[in-house]
Design a protein around this ligand. Structure first.
Ligand code: MGP
Length: 239
């Protein structure tokens, strides 16, 4: 991808693809991102303070009101460590940090440039000091940094859904989600904890969530809307 203009902050380590930046005017914004740019204050209320995004980040970031609602869900009091496995540009990580409810928040992001955005955005919200950042594959990092069951932990995951095309499925098949399907995610997370929250497409097949819960725990599913428009669901798994 060619560099867009002087506002570009940096390239990733291999100087190949990902550019992070703050768009100040819609005329600078690629056409496929413009819809999300129009919603920028719903994604980050402090957008004008200089929020950094990658172009891919616009598609996947959790709108701030939803992130705030999901992060203030009911979690057992003994759970005081939160691991965000797909931190992206930081929407959910920041919301969890703003609750002041967690002793420590661990945020994992595979892409170095996206991680820089998350760190920068956390500074804007004044919550950086509560977050430990990890760059790399969350499956590897969970195995290396959290190799045992943790009684005090909740895992949150807002994984990739295979791109915006998810919305053309009338019922979204979680066993075909790309690049990681639901069972694969759950198997990895359950090696650390039974308390797992996953952010998923609004059309997700609820029967597949129920089937997973039957073998491990109970599941509560919350449906999030903004101004009447359905956006996504969260599945809260707990023992
Ligand atoms: P959307 O469907 O792209 O937008 O995403 P919208 O405005 O509902 O589209 P409409 O034109 O169909 O009305 C809705 C929300 O889903 C976004 O705000 C993101 O929070 C979330 N989202 C979208 N995608 C493609 C992903 C994804 O791949 N992963 C995750 N975790 N969230 C996503």
């Amino acid at each position: 991808m060619a560099l867009r203009n002087k506002d570009q902050h940096r390239l990733d380590a291999d100087a190949v693809t990902v550019v992070s930046r703050h768009y100040g005017d819609i005329s600078e914004v690629p056409w496929d991102v413009q819809k999300y740019y129009e919603q920028r204050y719903s994604l980050f209320s402090k957008y004008d303070d200089g929020i950094w995004m990658t172009d891919d980040g616009w598609f996947g970031v959790t709108p701030e009101p939803i992130a705030n609602s999901a992060s203030s869900g009911t979690f057992s009091p003994e759970r005081n460590v939160l691991i965000d496995c797909f931190a992206g540009v930081g929407g959910n990580t920041i919301a969890f940090a703003r609750t002041h409810r967690w002793l420590r928040i661990h945020a994992i992001e595979a892409d170095p440039t996206t991680l820089e955005c998350a760190k920068h955005n956390a500074q804007i919200y004044g919550v950086s000091e509560r977050i430990s950042w990890y760059q790399g594959d969350c499956f590897e990092i969970l195995k290396d940094a959290f190799p045992e069951q943790m009684d005090d932990c909740v895992i949150f995951a807002s994984p990739p859904w295979g791109g915006p095309g998810y919305r053309f499925e009338s019922v979204f098949d979680l066993s075909a989600m790309q690049p990681y399907h639901l069972s694969q995610l759950m198997a990895c997370f359950q090696s650390v904890t039974d308390n797992i929250v996953i952010y998923l497409p609004r059309t997700s097949d609820i029967r597949q969530l129920a089937a997973i819960a039957r073998f491990s725990s109970k599941v509560v599913v919350t449906h999030y809307c903004i101004e009447g428009a359905s956006k996504a669901i969260c599945a809260f798994f707990a023992k």
